[in-house]
Each structure stands twice: as C-alpha cells, then as structure tokens.
Ligand binder design. Sequence first.
Ligand SMILES: Cc1cc2nc3c(=O)[nH]c(=O)nc-3n(C[C@H](O)[C@H](O)[C@H](O)COP(=O)(O)OP(=O)(O)OC[C@H]3O[C@@H](n4cnc5c(N)ncnc54)[C@H](O)[C@@H]3O)c2cc1C
Length: 403
Amino acid sequence: MPREADIVVIGGGISGCGTAYYLAKGGLDVVVVEQRSIASGASGRNGAQLVQMDGRTLNAARVSKRLPFVRADVELLRGLNDELGMDIELQQFGSVDLSANDEESETLMNMTEIQKNGGDTIVEYLDRNDLLEYCPAISEDIIGGKFTRTDGSVNPIKLAWAYALAAHHQYKVKLVLHTKVEDVIIKAESALGVKTTRGDIMVNVGVVNCTNAWLIEFTKDIPVFPVQNVTSVTEQVPKVPIITWDGTYRGNYGYGTSQKNGSLVVGSLPCRIPKSVEEHFDESVSYEDLERHAGFLTKQFPMLKHVSFIRIWAGVFAMTPDRLPYIGSIPGYRNYYINTGYSNGMAYCPIGAKLMSEFILNDGRTSIPLDFVRPDRYLNMKFDVPKQYNYTVLEHLLDEWNL
Ligand SMILES: Cc1cc2nc3c(=O)[nH]c(=O)nc-3n(C[C@H](O)[C@H](O)[C@H](O)COP(=O)(O)OP(=O)(O)OC[C@H]3O[C@@H](n4cnc5c(N)ncnc54)[C@H](O)[C@@H]3O)c2cc1C
C-alpha cells in the first residue's frame, strides 16, 4: 500500500487505467485505487460496441462537437495493440442502425443527412441489398439501415486490462485493488491526497476522479445521471456474419455485436425500470431481460434462433446533460481533476484518458480543445429528472434541454 505518489487515479475502468497509463508514460509516479477489481464497473459489463455517433437525438451541431473526439479515438484504438502489447480485439466491420419499416427508414435517412450536415463524411444510408453485403444474416424484414463502416467492436475487458498491465509493467503504476476511496483530502481548496479504506495516500501533483456513475458519491455540483443497462453473451458460434447493430423489438430498443472469439453480445435497457437513482447500481437481472435479448437476436437475425445465451448481467454508466464527458479540473479546487461522465465508452474513453493526461502534463494544453467537455459547463445547474428514469427517458430530456 503506497503512502505517497505524484497522482492518485480513483477508479480502475478504461478511463482510470487509461489515464494512469498516459500520465505514467509522461513521467509521473501514479497509483490507481479501485474499490473492486480492474474493469468491474461499466468497463467490464458493456456491450462491446464501437459506435461513434450513438443516440437518436443528434443534430448537426452535436455531431460536429463529437467528431474530433471520436475520430481521434478510433485512430488511437487502431494503434493500441502495438502500443500496449495486448490484443484489444478491435474489429472495424461497421455498424448499422436497422430499419424494418418505412417510418424507421425515413428517420434513419434523416439522421444520416443530419450527421452529414454536421461533417460526418463516413455515414451512409444503405438499402437492404447493399446491407446484405456487410451483414448477410439480417432477417427478411429489414429494409435498410444507417451504416458507419469504421465502427465495430472492441473487447472492453481486454482494453481496460491492456492499459492496466502496460501501465504497471512498462511504467511501474501501482494498482491498489479492493480498496475504496472514502474521500479526497482537501486543504485550502487544494487536493492533497485520498483517504481510503486502507489508509491515506498523499499526492505531489493531484487526484484524478475516474469513477463515472459513482461520481455522485463525491460531488453533487457536477451533474451525472447513473443509468442501468443489461448485457448478455452467447456461446461461441462458427463465424457468423454479424456486424454491430442497433434495432427495436416489440417497441423496445436493443443493440449488439459479435466478438473476435465468435460470441455474440446483446444489450438493452432493463425490463424493470429502476425506482430510484440507487437502484441503477443494482447488478441483478431478470428472466424477462434474457427473453427480451433472445427476442432481439432472433428478430434481426433468425438464423441464430438455436444459439444459446451463456451469461447475462447488469451494469451502470453515467450520462451527463449533453451526453459528453467531463475532462479537466474540478471547479473550485486546485490539483483535483475529473475524467468521467461516459455513456459511450469505446468511442470516447481512450481519447478522454489521453486528453486528461495532456491537460495535467502540459498545464492545460491539449491536442484537441476541451471547451465542449469542460467540467464547469453545468456547475450547480439543476436538471429536472423524474425519480424513475431510464436511458430513453433521459435521451428525450437531453433533447428537450437542447444542449
Ligand atoms: C450494460 C452496459 C452496456 C454498455 N454498452 C456499451 C457499448 O456497447 N459500447 C460502448 O461504447 N459503451 C457501452 N457502455 C458504456 C461504457 O461501458 C462506459 O462508458 C465505460 O465503460 C466507462 O468507463 P469508465 O472507466 O469511465 O467507468 P467504469 O468502468 O464504471 O469505472 C469506474 C470505476 O470506478 C470505481 N470506483 C467507483 N467509486 C470508487 C471509489 N470510491 N473508490 C475506488 N474505486 C471506485 C468503480 O468500481 C469502477 O470500476 C455500456 C455500459 C453498460 C453498463
């Protein structure tokens, strides 16, 4: 148990491990403190999709804000196997938002145009015949979809571990696991260290909070909304032609992808909407969740009806009012930084970690301007969210707030 470091990173997900890696690579002595184990939060529980323009409430301005981050992220991901010395199982086979009727097709064609107007030169709308070339397994009901050929999937557990192991082996980062940070030690508005369940660790440079949904345990000034989601995985099947997909089944939204080992991953909102913020942290699942996932898979890809699911689990991620993360200094404090608020992990966390480290190492100068993700942009603002909410409720609210 170290008692001193240049930097303490709180949280051992993709963001925490990535931030630790880049800071240590930049020459700092870094300790990661994680309350459970590496990738035990959202990073080890997600749907493995790499989707650069997620959500159905984008407009041109939102697209252009997001583009520099997600494009830089994909470039970064492409070099990570070599840099970190581990296969993160990046597959860029494309992603498609599927449509099974004229109304959905119109919506998706509009979304394609909106993305193009925001500067996205990769997105395209494909009709059924063109789509079959990329994904021959789609059902006869599918008539087209919004397609992004540079999207795909990543193994999120390997991504978090690749950062953690490279940080530890190459740059001597200490990984302090099963240890909870109870508080950040602040004096005269400056972060001096952290108080953990195994004693204090004092810092020379600062503390970086990478706790994502758990940020609500540290501050109420910076708005994040924890959101529960459910993911399942199937047995490994011989190479099936499935790319990353989004779609609906009985009016419910679902998504999935395939992994390098041949397992298929399916994700959705939980069938039972959590009744309070605390319930979003509940990691139990129901039989209905599994039934719904089987429904998604067989509706979009009927040839998979005999494939067995082997595991299902729940996890929690953080949404922010504009669905962009917070990267920078925690307002009002010196040496206390935040890199959190990720509802989309694969397309944002690696670049977010790199930018966080640049911010700390270069006195606030970063290779991509951080104006859009400044942590003080909603400081102390109140956002009215119903006690019982899920991802869809929030997405509509975010659109209403028009941020
Ligand atoms: C079910 C589900 C499906 C998803 N599907 C996708 C998808 O398909 N594609 C995609 O891109 N994104 C997806 N996401 C979102 C993605 O997983 C997250 O955006 C990403 O993992 C966030 O990483 P993180 O490191 O910021 O947070 P986390 O991985 O949640 O890490 C935060 C860590 O902080 C630790 N921590 C919290 N409090 C403390 C404390 N006091 N002391 C010490 N440690 C603490 C937690 O234990 C946790 O390990 C999904 C998320 C979920 C839950």
